[in-house]
Design a binder for this molecule. Structure first.
Ligand SMILES: Cc1cn([C@H]2C[C@H](O)[C@@H](COP(=O)(O)OP(=O)(O)OP(=O)(O)O)O2)c(=O)[nH]c1=O
Length: 202
């Protein structure tokens, strides 16, 4: 297999970057900065897969000559509760509304993942989902959590890996999917393309 010259994580998310760093592969990060508006008329699966693909394609298209020896990875995460798709809150009021909406119940976190493999010209797009139960929170508790500033760049207005760990009672499924990059699924997708993070073969 042709050796990859560039591995690119098309993301500005510090969580995604940290998660991928664990495997000792050398990669670049290039934020895609695409419009992440959610299309409530599409299914949640279609939304996250479409956005992940849009992020990966935007960066891949800029690679020029390097396309044939590059691999681009992108992801998009949303929270789904009572048939509403929640992205990142844009202000305190929206964060409050989202946290009230997910308080005291289960919701589902979806992450779409897209990998574009330059050498084979293949594009893989899949998604992962995990269920999360958030404890019941009083308005005062919600406001205290918002005052940590953690909710603002997170889908559904919480981070399972931070102060949010104090409000997550249960989880079913892949933890890393909730953080924003489903590592198990990512490696399954990489294996379909002939790579393997376990072997460091990329
Ligand atoms: C639910 C949840 C989300 N998140 C984060 C992961 C993502 O960074 C963010 C969802 O927003 P995304 O739009 O998926 O990603 P992003 O805009 O942060 O980064 P980029 O598009 O450049 O890759 O929410 C957590 O960190 N912890 C959580 O528990």
């Amino acid at each position: 297999m042709a050796k990859l010259k560039r591995i690119i994580l098309a993301s500005s998310s510090p969580r995604r970057i940290e998660l991928l760093k664990q495997f000792g592969i050398e990669f670049e990060t290039i934020p895609s900065n695409v419009d992440e508006s959610i299309d409530q008329s599409l299914s949640v699966e279609e939304n996250v897969m479409q956005l992940a693909k849009k992020k990966a394609q935007k960066i891949f298209e800029k690679l020029g000559e390097d396309k044939k020896c590059s691999l681009v990875i992108a992801a998009d995460t949303v929270v789904y509760v009572e048939e509403v798709i929640l992205g990142k809150p844009s202000n305190e009021d929206e964060a409050f509304w989202m946290l009230r909406k997910i308080s005291g119940k289960w919701h589902t976190v979806y992450t779409g993942v897209c990998i574009i493999d330059g050498p084979s010209e293949r594009i893989l797009v899949e998604y992962e989902k995990s269920n999360v139960y958030i404890k019941h929170m009083s308005d005062e508790e919600i406001l205290r959590y918002i005052s940590t500033k953690e909710p603002f760049d997170k889908a559904g207005a919480y981070a399972i890996q931070g102060f949010g760990s104090l409000i997550v009672e249960r989880i079913e499924g892949c933890f890393y999917n909730v953080v924003g990059l489903p590592l198990y699924k990512l490696n399954i997708m990489l294996q379909k393309l002939g790579y393997d993070l376990m072997k460091g073969e990329l």
